[in-house]
Design a protein around this ligand. Structure first.
Ligand SMILES: [Zn+2]
Ligand SMILES: [Zn+2]
Ligand SMILES: [Zn+2]
Length: 375
């Protein structure tokens, strides 16, 4: 199955269809002396970005003004409204209980959420090819290819993920298509090039079993036009689209990615952490730069530790693989209220969380398992 890239094609089986996209890699590499930065391997190589030196000293922060910040307390009225709008958004929940239950106690807490977002760029190069249709080739004869991190590209807006592909300048070369050996087509495997195939109705017998008359479908010839190639006997090569030649080049793949680290302070209430991680909070502190420094002196030690852990984790994970373009760390306050209520002789709880008063309720008393037929 090894495609022979030499020019003689006399005894080559043209019906094989195995895909071998990067077959000539080794040979191509030999031919591109200017690409000395491209390490030979599995056809794909990650490049280490040039390291950036941090250029900003860490300035001490004064937290006292942040600590005076308070989020509005959820009142009984707000708690009931929140529950009503929650049950109204669910077709399986009745609203009578939400309107009539007796709120006995509200236990408010304010949680603190730390978030670190790191926007990074990584660059990968890989060999690829496409049918050769133009006449100009931007090959090594035009000069050495630039190093991957020297190629200037338009960066998307910060924190907006994207993937884009670019052709590396001066990396192209043209080769005969390795799939069809430069023929642009290959013999149809359905009819072995004949253009005719055995009649499906009489299986080539010219008449159907136990029937005296000749087969109507093939008019007694026993053969039909091959449906795979429409009778042409050959198929256009899908690899070169019939162009006979391929343009091989190094493709630069740039991935802009957001990494997120999230931490919410401990709480004693029974509200799932994943809801609180996504809850809407009130912004207390925001720090955005090409590189942020760990918060060390926030009055809540867990938050300072989370900041140090998050920054260390992102730097270890991205490390030499990607270049950090921007970082943003925030501290937000998340209100969480446990609402104790009484309804038809039973007491239970639900939670109101986030500044937009989202609700989490486990055992709502008026819930129907109805396949959503009762509204
Ligand atoms: Zn055919
Ligand atoms: Zn027939
Ligand atoms: Zn081809």
């Amino acid at each position: 199955m090894d495609p022979d890239l030499s020019d003689e094609d006399s005894v080559v089986d043209l019906s094989f269809e195995a895909e071998s996209p990067l077959a000539p890699l080794a040979e191509l590499l030999e031919r591109l002396p200017s690409c000395d930065w491209l390490l030979q391997g599995d056809g794909q190589q990650i490049f280490f970005p040039p390291s950036e030196a941090p250029g900003r000293p860490q300035e001490p922060r004064c937290w006292s003004s942040f600590l005076e910040h308070r989020v509005p307390v959820v009142t009984e009225e707000v708690a009931r409204e929140a529950l009503l709008s929650f049950v109204n958004s669910k077709c399986c929940y009745g609203s009578a209980a939400a309107g009539n239950l007796i709120i006995q106690e509200l236990k408010p807490q304010t949680l603190c959420r730390y978030r670190l977002e790191t926007f990074s760029e990584s660059r990968i190069s890989e060999w690829t090819f496409q049918p050769f249709t133009s006449h100009s080739v931007d090959g090594p004869h035009r000069g050495a290819s630039p190093r991957l991190w020297d190629i200037k590209v338009q960066v998307p807006p910060m924190f907006q993920e994207d993937t884009r592909k670019f052709q590396v300048p001066h990396s192209s070369l043209v080769k005969q298509c390795h799939k069809c050996h430069g023929r642009g087509c290959y013999k149809c495997s359905g009819c072995h090039g004949a253009g005719l195939a055995r009649c499906p109705s009489c299986s080539g017998a010219k008449r159907r079993a136990r029937q005296p008359r000749r087969c109507q479908l093939c008019s007694g010839s026993g053969r039909r036009r091959c449906s795979t190639c429409s009778g042409r006997g050959s198929k256009t090569c899908a690899t070169c689209k019939g162009e006979k030649k391929l343009l091989h080049f190094i493709q630069l793949v740039i991935v802009w990615k957001n990494s997120l680290f999230e931490f919410v302070t401990e709480h004693q209430l029974d509200c799932p952490a994943e809801l609180l991680a996504k809850a809407k909070g009130e912004n207390l502190f925001k720090d955005e730069n090409t590189m942020v420094y760990p918060i060390v002196d926030f009055p809540l030690r867990e938050i300072s530790l989370a900041s140090q852990r998050g920054i260390a984790e992102h730097s270890a994970a991205l490390g030499s693989r990607a270049r950090v373009l921007q970082q943003r760390q925030t501290i937000e306050l998340i209100p969480l209220t446990e609402v104790h209520y009484w309804y038809q002789g039973k007491t239970s709880v639900y939670y109101v969380y986030g500044t937009d008063h989202k609700v989490y309720v486990v055992d709502y008393p008026e819930r129907y398992c109805c396949g959503c037929t009762i509204i």
